[in-house]
Design a binder for this molecule. Sequence first.
Ligand SMILES: [Zn+2]
Ligand SMILES: [Zn+2]
Length: 195
Amino acid sequence: MNSRKLTVEQRKRKRRQDKKYYQNNKERVLERNKQWRIENEEYIRQWHTKYMKEKRNEPRFKEHYLGLQRNRRNSNKEKTAYFNAKKTLVARIEIIQAYSLGRCCACCKEDNIFLLSVDHIDGKRLKEEIEHEKKYGVKMAGLSLYMLLKKKGFPKGYQILCYNCNLSKGHHGMCPHQGFTKKFQKLIKELNLNV
Ligand SMILES: [Zn+2]
Ligand SMILES: [Zn+2]
């Protein structure tokens, strides 16, 4: 029945009936609602996106919604930070296991997981990573990169390096543990460095 076509009196009565029904059948109603949400997940998502798009710029809504978000963020700050750190660490361990049998840096064998990172062997990146950088202006890293690699079934082209070896490779073209590019060979010779 379309409640919009009811008279005010009818609507009031219906609301009373619904309320009574809910009080008497609370568990059943909650279970049914939960089931409905599961079955209509996609519909709800679309509805929510559409709703937010329409409402987003209304000043009153904005104020209310942003306030809610802020309150939730502030009251859960510590909890959220802890939860995020845990999620990242678990994902990182999974990535390290997937890309390194010895769970260590492919160059210097450092095995402290807090010092290990994901390296693009030839600098090649997945299209999702390129799109991410275009969209946000920063390279995909941390949890989002771990999640992407997991989703893609740990594709080839990645390895585990410690931060030292990874950064040095970026700066010098190769990690100094492995040798030097021509430019640095020349510099080392000219400055007579003992490395
Ligand atoms: Zn290393
Ligand atoms: Zn190294």
